[in-house]
Design a protein around this ligand. Structure first.
Ligand code: F6P
Length: 319
């Protein structure tokens, strides 16, 4: 193996830079050249690449986002787009590639593997819905961002005896909502995986207000409903005044936590080691604190990572 490529694709997350750095540093140590495609598969199809040596990845470990930039490339889903990508890879003399991203990006990696190109995927998405890994890259940082925001909101909520409906990311996954509700002591977590009853929630909030509590926090995953609509339907009936905060893309940025820096470094190093040893078409994952390689075929065919245990725990804790 003489030349490797790396790209970041789909929604960005914190820790991507640290992971690119680990890919480059591991490869350079083994005398392998690295290039980075800009803007994910879009850059791959256009042949838009930069050389990455050890110095090029200095000073990026602690920065959120991805300095290679990212994109959701619809055209790469077509056979023509994939052929174009493949011929660029061959023309540029690239022997293998590391792809960082969520399920769409890993599906793209699988397509290249099926076309005979050596590729290893790294799960990077704040949703934590990718199977065969305990944690995806960026999840821990996103959760810490949410925690900081909810703690701040709780302070001001208490001062004014208000209820807050706080919307977090997760179109199809309630992982961020459930974990952040557990970790902040929120009263409710509304998630796409479970039906909820606003009448029942209002009744409980009224009880809470009558007991003299000074705030209530309702965390809603974006896939479970719009915070403003939920607030509109509970206001005037619960005793508390109601306010809304939509955390949005704030959750995806910021300096990665220690956990994400370390996970990024482990994922990056392992992905290069796998490619060097001739393994392709796998995703690197974290399993019981070990690095695990799972065929991308299994990752893509499997159900999304379930969060039943977290949901049950939230219930036991009265959320
Ligand atoms: O998949 C990651 C994610 O952050 C989701 O939680 C969110 O719904 C989506 O990306 C937002 O995508 P975009 O940045 O394209 O608006």
């Amino acid at each position: 193996m003489k030349r490797l490529a790396v790209l970041t694709s789909g929604g960005d997350c914190s820790g991507m830079n640290a992971c690119i750095r680990a890919v480059v540093r591991t490869a350079v140590r083994m005398k392998i050249e690295v290039i980075g495609f800009r803007k994910g598969y879009q850059g791959l199809m256009k042949g838009d690449a930069i050389n990455l040596d050890s110095k090029a990845v200095s000073g990026i470990l602690h920065r959120g986002g991805t300095f290679l930039q990212s994109a959701r490339a619809i055209e790469f889903k077509t056979p023509e787009g994939q052929q174009q990508a493949l011929s660029n890879l061959r023309e540029m003399g690239i022997d293998g590639m590391v792809v960082l991203g969520g399920d769409g990006s890993l599906t793209g990696a699988l397509a290249l593997h099926r076309l005979g190109f050596p590729v290893v995927g790294i799960p990077a998405s704040i949703d934590n819905d990718i199977p065969f890994t305990d944690m995806s890259l960026g999840v821990d940082t996103a959760l810490n961002n949410i925690l900081y925001a909810v703690d701040c909101i709780k302070d001001t909520a208490s001062s004014h005896a208000r209820a807050f409906v706080i919307e977090v990311m997760g179109r199809n996954s309630g992982y961020l909502a459930s974990i952040s509700a557990i970790a902040t002591g929120a009263e409710f977590a509304l998630v796409p995986e479970q039906a909820y009853d606003l009448t029942e929630i209002c009744q409980q909030l009224r009880g809470r207000f009558a007991e003299g509590r000074d705030n209530a926090i309702i965390i809603v995953a974006e896939g479970a409903g719009h915070a403003q609509e939920i607030a509109n339907s509970i206001k005037d009936t619960i005793g508390f005044e109601v306010r809304v905060t939509v955390l949005g893309h704030y959750q995806r940025g910021g300096a990665p936590t220690v956990f994400d820096r370390l996970l990024a470094s482990r994922f990056g190093k392992k992905s290069v080691e796998l490619l060097i040893s001739g393994v392709s078409g796998v995703m690197v994952g974290l399993s019981a604190n070990n690095m695990l390689a799972t065929p991308l075929d299994d990752v893509i065919r499997s159900e999304k990572r379930p969060h039943d245990e977290v949901l049950r725990m939230a219930e036991v804790l009265g959320i």
